[in-house]
Ligand binder design. Structure first.
Ligand code: GA4
Length: 330
C-alpha cells in the first residue's frame, strides 16, 4: 500500500507535463551505426536529423571495462540504504534516491552522479576500484564521442576536424556521468492505466550523451510525430542522444531527442550515461560555417554556464530551449 501511494505521488508529479502520445510500439527502425562501415558518418548525420538518436556497434570500447564497471556499480547499489545515503546529496556529485534535480522531480530510480568529470571532482569515500573504473570508462567513451563529432564535422563539411570535438576534449569541458539503478516495480504497473516512470521525459542539455544499459528494457524515445517508442535493450552497444546544445550549434538541423525511462516489473535496470558538455565559458550558437545564405539563427547565443544555470531552474520535462528561441522575445 505504501509503495502504491508512492507510485501515485510519482505519477502526480508528471501531471503538469504535456506528454507525447503513449504507445507500446517497439522502435524497430532504430538507426544502427557500425563504426567499421565506410558510410558511418552519413548514417550518423541522417539519424541526428531524423531522430536525434542512434545506436553504435563495433565501437572498440573494451566490453570487459563496461562489464567491470557494471558489476562495481551493482556492488555499490547493493550497499545498505544508510551507507548509500552517506554519499548524498548529488550536488554536484553524489548519491540520489528518487529525487531528480533540485525542483521536485521524482522517479523510480537511484543513482550516483559525477557532476563534472573533467574537473576531477572526487567523491570522498567511494571505493578506489569504482573511481578508477569510472575514470577509465569515461575517457574511453569520451574518445568515442569525439570520433562521432569528427565524423559529423566531416560529413557536414563544417571546417576544422576538431570544431565540435574540441568542446568535449578540452580539459575544462563540463561533462558529467551517472550510474543509475531502476529497481523492479512489480504488481503495480500500470497504475490506473498509466505506466510508472523510472526517469521522466526530458531532453539532455549537453552536446551528446551516450547510454549503455544491462539487458533490461525501459528506454523510450519520442519521435517527430509525437509518439513514444520503446528501444529494445542491447547491452553490447551504445545509444547516442543529441542534446540541446548540439541542436543550437546545428541551428535546429539536429534534434535534441525527448526520452524517458519506464520501470520493468521484474528486472533491475542498471545504466551508465556519459553527458558530453562544453567548457562553462564556451559560447553556444549556430556554427557560421553551417549557415546558408540568409539563414537566421533560431536561438539566442548563450554560454554553457548560462544554459546550465537556467536548466537547473526548470522541471525535468520542460522545454528548456524554448527560453532561448529568438521568437521568445529575448
Ligand atoms: C538531464 C540530463 C542529465 O541526467 C543531468 C540531469 C540533471 C540532474 O539530474 O541533476 C537535471 C536534468 C538533467 C535537466 C534539468 C535539471 C537538471 C535535473 C533537472 C530537473 C545530470 C543534466 O545535466 O541535466
Amino acid at each position: 500500500m505504501e509503495v502504491l501511494s508512492q507510485t501515485v505521488n510519482i505519477l502526480d508529479n508528471f501531471n503538469h507535463i504535456k506528454t507525447c502520445k503513449p504507445s507500446s510500439r517497439i522502435f524497430t527502425a532504430i538507426p544502427v551505426v557500425d563504426f567499421s562501415d565506410p558510410d558511418a558518418k552519413t548514417k550518423i548525420v541522417e539519424a541526428c536529423k531524423e531522430f536525434g538518436f542512434f545506436k553504435v556497434i563495433n565501437h572498440r570500447v573494451p566490453i570487459e571495462l563496461v562489464a567491470k564497471l557494471e558489476s562495481e556499480a551493482v556492488k555499490f547499489f547493493n550497499l545498505s540504504q544508510s551507507d548509500k545515503e552517506n554519499f548524498g546529496p548529488p550536488n554536484p556529485c553524489g548519491y540520489g534516491n528518487r529525487k531528480i534535480g533540485p525542483n521536485g522531480d521524482v522517479g523510480w530510480v537511484e543513482y550516483l552522479l559525477f557532476g563534472s568529470m573533467n574537473a576531477q571532482l572526487i567523491l570522498p569515500g567511494i571505493s578506489e576500484n569504482l573511481w578508477s573504473l569510472v575514470n577509465d570508462y569515461v575517457s574511453a567513451v569520451r574518445n568515442m564521442v569525439c570520433e562521432v563529432l569528427e565524423m559529423i564535422t566531416e560529413e557536414l563539411k563544417i571546417g576544422p576536424k576538431d570544431v565540435l570535438s574540441r568542446l568535449i576534449k578540452d580539459e575544462k569541458s563540463d561533462s558529467c556521468f551517472r550510474l543509475n539503478r531502476y529497481p523492479p516495480c512489480p504488481e503495480i504497473q500500470p497504475v490506473n492505466g498509466r505506466t510508472l516512470i523510472g526517469f521522466g521525459e526530458h531532453t539532455d542539455p549537453q552536446i551528446l550523451s551516450v547510454l549503455r544499459s544491462n539487458n533490461t528494457s525501459g528506454l523510450q524515445i519520442c519521435l517527430q510525430d509525437g509518439t513514444w517508442v520503446s528501444v529494445p535493450p542491447d547491452h553490447s552497444s551504445f545509444f547516442f542522444n543529441v542534446g540541446d546544445s548540439l541542436q543550437v550549434i546545428t541551428n535546429g538541423r539536429f534534434r535534441s531527442v525527448r526520452h524517458r525511462l519506464l520501470t520493468h516489473s521484474l528486472k533491475s535496470r542498471v545504466s551508465m550515461v556519459y553527458f558530453g558538455g562544453p567548457p562553462l565559458s564556451e559560447k553556444i550558437t549556430a556554427l557560421s560555417s553551417l549557415m546558408e545564405d540568409g539563414e537566421e539563427r533560431l536561438y539566442e547565443e548563450f554560454t554553457w554556464s548560462e544554459y546550465k544555470k537556467s536548466a537547473y531552474k526548470t522541471r525535468l520535462g520542460e522545454n528548456r530551449l524554448g527560453l532561448f528561441e529568438k521568437s521568445a522575445g529575448h
